[in-house]
Design a binder for this molecule. Sequence first.
Ligand SMILES: CC(C)(COP(=O)([O-])OP(=O)([O-])OC[C@H]1O[C@@H](n2cnc3c(N)ncnc32)[C@H](O)[C@@H]1OP(=O)([O-])[O-])[C@@H](O)C(=O)NCCC(=O)NCCSC(=O)C[C@@](C)(O)CC(=O)[O-]
Ligand SMILES: NC(=O)C1=CN([C@@H]2O[C@H](COP(=O)(O)OP(=O)(O)OC[C@H]3O[C@@H](n4cnc5c(N)ncnc54)[C@H](O)[C@@H]3O)[C@@H](O)[C@H]2O)C=CC1
Length: 417
Amino acid sequence: MPGFRNLSISERRKIVVETAGIDVAELAAFDADGFDAEAASHLSENVLGTFALPIGVATNFTVNGEDVLVPMVTEEASVIAAASNGARLARALGGFHTSSTSSIMQAQIQLVDLVDPHAARLRLLEARTELMKLAAAQDPKLAEVGGGVRDLVVRTVNFEDETYVVAHLVVDVRDAMGANAVNTMAEAVADRVAEVAGGRVVLRILTNKADMRLARARAVLDAEALGGPLVVDDMVHAYKLAAGDPYRAATHNKGIMNGISAVVLATGNDTRAVEAGAHSHAVGAENHYTSLSTFEKDADGNLAATLELPMPVGLVGGATKTHPGARAAVALTGVSSAAELAELITAVGLAQNIAALRVLASEGVQRGHMSLHAKNIAIAAGAGPDEIAPVAAQLIAKKSFGHDHAEVVLSELRSGR
Ligand SMILES: CC(C)(COP(=O)([O-])OP(=O)([O-])OC[C@H]1O[C@@H](n2cnc3c(N)ncnc32)[C@H](O)[C@@H]1OP(=O)([O-])[O-])[C@@H](O)C(=O)NCCC(=O)NCCSC(=O)C[C@@](C)(O)CC(=O)[O-]
Ligand SMILES: NC(=O)C1=CN([C@@H]2O[C@H](COP(=O)(O)OP(=O)(O)OC[C@H]3O[C@@H](n4cnc5c(N)ncnc54)[C@H](O)[C@@H]3O)[C@@H](O)[C@H]2O)C=CC1
């Protein structure tokens, strides 16, 4: 959607409504009074009001052959521009291809004070059918929509002089994020689990290491569009440093989460749950913190990029149906299942990562990022509504983004110099 960025907000809204095929009234949720203090007071505690952040759309996304607009809520300049840019680069060779596992979440039930932990583990596995049935009885609605308890897995965990037995309820939560659903089940079976194992239950809570709920995205990027073979090679070098060095991996993955957290937040999902899952997944099989994505040169000299990570997001439950902005954001994407949303979010994470690595492997991040952040610096220096654009333009022209420089530019503007 070239030129979209130059339109006014109302022109952008018109195009979004036409493209997404939604009712214009839905976008009223993004107005200042779209989510008032009264409505907000039902979502959280000790509420004083609401706290607004920008919601924008990333453009240019093709996912599994379909064009899609992506709502993103973020306070950081250049994130939405970069996602749109990454999607534009991927689009030339077919966009993003995605897949995912079933929506499987797990709850952990921790047993302590066991005299025979290894035998207790087997006693629990012998009672597997009974315990699964007891858990399933807590959520008939989930069974109605095709979900439910799929397994009971029992592990032992050793720490210091303790051997804990930990039972995992493995549950298909379908279109829910599923934390409340599996926590309810874990608490309901805890007494019987303690009885069968012959110990005492302490924790009964989901794990955010949602490694049975993975979403995947991949794209091929045209070498010439990236800037040539050297940029491809250097993007692979950038990836390899992240793969081998936790100091770089943390920043590399932060770039991925720039896109992911923004869509998770826009759709009313739990950013902390997704972030905890992502970073736990980034501790790979070799037990060191590494890159969530991969980049490799393919047989044609183009760049093949992939991303796979846990993506526990829902379309029902939590705040997804109760926050009007979240409802509008989901409507805008057109997704109809939690799995589809999870895959879209993963494609956005990959687009974000592609855009960041491309600038890092070529001109560096500061020109693009700071040009878009310049208005923010102007505001922080005290610029009023009419002064923001001219101060930002001066900072960009001089390629000098320091706050002291912004103050000088502002005072020169005010004194007519
Ligand atoms: C910023 C760009 C996109 C400029 O990129 P550019 O090449 O100067 O811009 P362009 O004018 O050629 O535009 C290319 C496309 O980018 C999009 N675009 C471009 N500008 C806008 C805008 N104002 N509003 C909306 N969309 C914009 C838009 O889709 C546009 O296509 P067109 O509309 O022309 O067909 C590029 O430099 C970029 O991708 N930079 C990466 C920035 C980034 O990653 N920001 C996140 C913050 S930094 C960070 O937190 C993470 C990091 C970097 O540390 C992660 C890591 O280390 O791995
Ligand atoms: N560690 C963590 O991540 C924790 C997260 N949470 C919070 O839990 C909330 C999410 O929990 P949920 O169980 O998703 O919420 P929920 O309990 O509000 O909704 C899930 C329920 O919706 C019903 N349902 C109706 N239609 C369904 C469908 N098509 N697919 C699946 N279920 C359907 C089912 O009965 C299901 O149990 C989020 O707000 C999250 O922040 C809560 C505790 C801990």
